[in-house]
Write a protein that binds this ligand. Structure first.
Ligand code: GDP
Length: 667
C-alpha cells in the first residue's frame, strides 16, 4: 500500500513534523514520530483536517481583521501578576479557542493547499490536448463496443539482471538478439509477436521495470501482463523486489516464471518461499499468482508459460477496436542514418496506413513506410500490433501517443500544441508536481534511486567505477545507485534520451559531449558531468547521495524543568511557571511530568513563554511558562522532562575513494 512518513508528508505540506504530529493526535492517532509511516487513509484524513483548519484559521483571521480589536477580558482568577500575560499568550495560539492543540504553520499550509487547488484548476482548463492524450494512452476499460475484437496481450518481462530476460525473449523469438544487445541499434522494432493456438501474444522487447516505468511516467500504460522472471539458482534479488513493486503500482497481473530450472543448483521451493515475503503467493498455496517453471535456455516449460499468458489474458478480457479512430503509443524510437526518425509504435485502436499524416507528441509527418516486427514492409497495421513508422519529422519519446491528422498543417499545429502543453507542464515545477502526487495518494518508495548513465573511454575504467559505485550504494542504505547504462565512447544524444526516460544523471569519464548533445541535455533538463579523475566522480556522487538522504530522527532527552508556581487562567486551564534546570524546553516537545518519581502526564508541550514572548525554545537556567493543552493537574514541585525528535547526523561512508585505479596510476 502507498504510504508516507510523517516528516516526508510534513515537508511536502511545508509544515514542521511536530505540527503534523499534533494534527494526528487531534485525530486520535497518538504516539507518532517523524519517522512513523502513515497509511494512505490516515494521510488523506490528516491532509483534509489540516486543510479545514487552515480555512477556518484564515476565516477567523479575516473576521478579526474586519472587527475592532477586542477589549481585554479580565482574568477571573489571577494568582500572580503574570496571569494576564499568560492568558494573552494562550489566546495567541491558533486553535486554543476551540480546545484543540494548535497547529503551527497553518498559513504556510494554506498557501500550499491553495496553490495545489490552483494547479488542479489549471490542469482542468489546460489545453485539452494533454488530457485527451493521457486518456488515449490508457488501455480502454470502458464497455466493449460492438465492433471490438479480442486483443492480443501485451507482455513485458521483468526481473533481476542476469535472471534470463533477454534469453527468454530470444528463445521465444528464436533469433539472435544477444549480439544486438551489446552492438547498439538492433533491427528490432521494440516488440515481437508470437502465435500460439491461433492467438497472438506481443512481447515488449525492452525488458525490465525501468523501461516499463519510464513509459508509465509519460502516461502510457502499455503492458497488460508482466512476467516476473526469477532465476532458480539465485533466488529473489533486489531488482526482483523492485519489479514486483512496479508491477503492483501499475495494477498489472503478474505471472512468475522461475527460470534456469535446468541447473543442478536450481531451488524452486526456495524461490517460492522468498516470494512469499513479498506477498507473491502461488495459486496452489491460496494466492493470486500463477507460477511456471522454465528454462529460457533449453525451452523447457515455455509452452506452459505461453498458455498461462493466454489464460490470464482471457481473464483480463482484453479487446481492441479496429473500427475506431487510430491511436498508437511509441514504444521505442531512434534516428536511423539512412531513414531518419524511426518510431516503433503499438497500434492501440483503428489502424495506421502508409500515406497517413500522423502526430507523435511533438513530432509529425506523413507515413512513408511501415515495417512489421520482422522488418517486412507493410501497407497497413491494425490494433494491438507493433509497427515501425518511418517519415516523422523528429524522434518522439517512448510513451508518447500517436494520432492521425487531416493534413500536414493540422499535424504541425497539433505537434506545437503538444509542445506548448509540455512547456506549461514543465513550468509548473517539481514541488507542485509532488504536491499533486500527494493529493492523489501517490507516495514515493522508501529507497531513493540515484540513476546514472555512465560513459567512459575504456571498459577497464568503467568496470572499476562500477565496482566502487556499487560499494558506495551499499554503504548508503537509503540511496540506491542504479546504473541505467554504461558504455564506451563520447556522450551521445541517445544517452541523453535514456537519461531522460530514467531520470538519470549522465557521467562521462575522459570522454566528451559535443554542443548538440549539450543542447539536447538542456532541453531534457538532464545533468551531464564530465570528469578526468575517477575519485572526483565518487566524491561528487557521494555528496549528491548524501544530499538526497532523508534525515534520520531519534527521540532524545532535551531538558528538565521544575514547576515553581501555577497560574490559573479562566477557561484555558493552568500555566506552569518553571525554572529550567537542565538543557532546554521546546514548543511541541513531548513532556513527561513527574511527581514523586511517578509520571502524572505524558503529552505535548503546547505553548512556551519567556517573559512577554511566545518562544519556540527556552534554555537553562531561565524561567518560563509552560502550557499543555491536555493537562490541568499541575502541582508545584512537579518535574518536567522534555523529549524531542532530533535529527541524527549521518555517518559518512568510510571508504577512502582516493585509491587510484590502474587507469589513473598510469597518468
Ligand atoms: P537478463 O540480464 O535478465 O536479460 O539475463 P540474460 O538473458 O542475459 O541471461 C543471463 C545469463 O543467464 C546468460 O548467460 C544466459 O545464458 C543464462 N541463462 C538464461 N536463462 C537460462 C536458463 O534457463 N538456464 C541456464 N542454465 N542459463 C540461463
Amino acid at each position: 500500500m502507498a504510504s508516507t512518513r510523517v516528516f516526508q508528508l510534513a515537508t511536502k505540506l511545508g509544515l514542521r513534523s511536530e505540527a503534523l504530529i499534533a494534527a494526528l493526535e487531534q485525530m486520535g492517532v497518538t504516539g507518532a514520530n517523524p519517522a512513523t509511516t502513515l497509511d494512505e487513509t490516515t494521510t488523506t484524513a490528516v491532509v483534509q483536517l489540516l486543510a479545514e483548519q487552515a480555512t477556518r484559521a484564515r476565516e477567523e483571521a479575516e473576521a478579526r481583521a474586519a472587527a475592532e480589536p477586542p477589549a481585554e477580558e479580565p482574568a477571573e482568577v489571577a494568582l500572580a501578576g503574570e496571569a494576564v500575560e499568560a492568558e494573552e499568550e494562550i489566546r495567541s495560539v491558533p486553535g486554543a479557542r476551540r480546545g484543540l492543540e494548535p497547529v503551527v504553520g497553518l498559513n504556510e499550509l494554506e498557501r500550499h493547499i491553495h496553490e495545489l487547488e490552483q494547479t488542479e484548476e489549471a490542469e482542468r482548463h489546460k489545453a485539452p490536448v494533454a488530457e485527451t492524450l493521457r486518456e488515449e494512452a490508457r488501455r480502454r476499460r470502458g464497455p466493449r463496443p460492438a465492433t471490438a475484437v479480442d486483443g492480443a496481450p501485451i507482455v513485458t518481462i521483468l526481473g533481476h539482471v542476469d535472471h534470463g530476460k533477454t534469453t527468454l525473449l530470444d528463445t521465444l523469438r528464436n533469433t539472435a538478439v544477444a549480439a544486438g544487445e551489446h552492438g547498439g541499434i538492433t533491427q528490432h522494432i521494440g516488440a515481437s509477436e508470437l502465435e500460439r493456438a491461433g492467438k497472438r501474444i506481443v512481447f515488449i522487447d525492452t525488458p525490465g521495470h525501468k523501461a516499463f516505468t519510464a513509459m508509465r511516467a509519460r502516461g502510457a500504460e502499455v503492458t497488460d501482463i508482466a512476467v516476473l522472471i526469477v532465476a532458480a539458482n539465485d533466488g529473489v534479488m533486489p531488482q526482483t523486489v523492485e519489479a514486483i513493486q512496479h508491477a503492483r503500482a501499475a495494477h498489472v497481473p503478474l505471472i512468475v516464471a522461475i527460470n534456469k530450472v535446468d541447473l543442478p543448483n536450481a531451488n524452486v521451493e526456495r524461490v517460492k518461499q522468498q516470494l512469499l515475503e513479498h506477498e507473491v503467493v502461488p495459486e496452489e498455496w491460496g494466492g493470486q499468482e500463477i507460477f511456471v517453471e522454465i528454462s529460457a535456455l533449453t525451452g523447457q516449460g515455455l509452452d506452459q508459460l505461453l498458455d498461462t499468458i493466454l489464460l490470464v489474458a482471457e481473464l483480463e478480457e482484453l479487446w481492441v477496436d479496429p473500427e475506431a479512430e487510430f491511436t498508437g503509443v511509441v514504444i521505442e524510437s531512434s534516428l536511423d542514418p539512412t531513414q531518419g526518425a524511426l518510431a516503433s509504435i503499438l497500434v492501440r485502436s483503428g489502424s495506421i496506413k502508409v500515406g497517413d499524416v500522423v502526430v507523435a507528441g511533438g513530432a509529425y509527418g506523413r507515413v512513408r513506410r511501415l515495417r512489421d516486427w520482422r522488418g517486412k514492409s507493410v501497407k497497413e497495421m491494425g490494433p494491438g500490433r507493433p509497427v515501425a513508422v518511418i517519415g516523422l519529422s523528429d524522434v518522439p519519446r517512448a510513451g508518447e501517443i500517436v494520432r492521425t491528422a487531416k493534413d500536414p498543417k493540422a499535424a504541425r499545429q497539433m505537434a506545437e500544441e503538444f509542445q506548448e502543453a509540455e512547456r506549461l507542464g514543465e513550468l509548473r515545477g517539481v514541488a507542485e508536481v509532488q504536491l499533486q502526487e500527494l493529493y492523489r495518494g501517490l507516495h514515493r518508495g522508501e529507497v531513493k534511486p540515484l540513476n546514472l548513465v555512465i560513459k567512459g573511454d575504456v571498459s577497464g575504467t568503467i568496470q572499476a567505477l562500477e565496482t566502487s559505485l556499487m560499494q558506495l550504494s551499499e554503504e548508503l542504505e537509503e540511496v540506491e545507485i542504479n546504473l541505467v547504462s554504461t558504455g564506451v565512447g563520447d556522450v551521445t544524444e541517445s544517452d541523453i534520451m535514456l537519461a531522460s526516460a530514467s531520470q538519470a544523471i549522465v557521467i562521462g569519464y575522459n570522454v566528451e559531449a559535443d554542443e548538440q548533445v549539450m543542447r539536447a541535455a538542456a532541453d531534457e533538463h538532464i545533468e551531464v558531468r564530465l570528469y578526468s579523475v575517477i575519485y572526483e566522480i565518487l566524491e561528487d556522487i557521494q555528496k549528491a547521495a548524501l544530499g538526497m538522504l532523508e534525515p534520520i530522527y531519534e527521540e532524545q532527552f532535551i531538558g528538565r524543568a521544575q514547576v515553581l508556581q501555577l497560574f490559573k487562567i479562566s477557561r484555558w486551564g493552568v500555566v506552569a511557571g518553571c525554572r529550567i534546570t537542565d538543557g532546554r524546553l521546546q514548543r511541541g516537545a513531548r513532556i513527561e511530568v513527574k511527581r514523586d518519581g511517578e509520571i502524572v502526564f505524558d503529552g505535548q508541550l503546547t505553548s512556551l513563554r519567556r517573559l512577554k514572548d511566545e518562544v519556540s525554545t527556552a534554555e537553562a537556567p531561565n524561567e518560563c511558562g509552560v502550557y499543555a493543552a491536555n493537562f490541568r493537574g499541575w502541582a508545584e514541585g512537579d518535574v518536567i522532562e522534555a523529549y524531542a525528535q532530533v535529527e541524527i547526523e549521518r555517518k559518512r561512508p568510510t571508504t577512502d575513494w582516493r585509491v587510484s585505479t590502474p587507469e589513473e596510476s598510469r597518468t
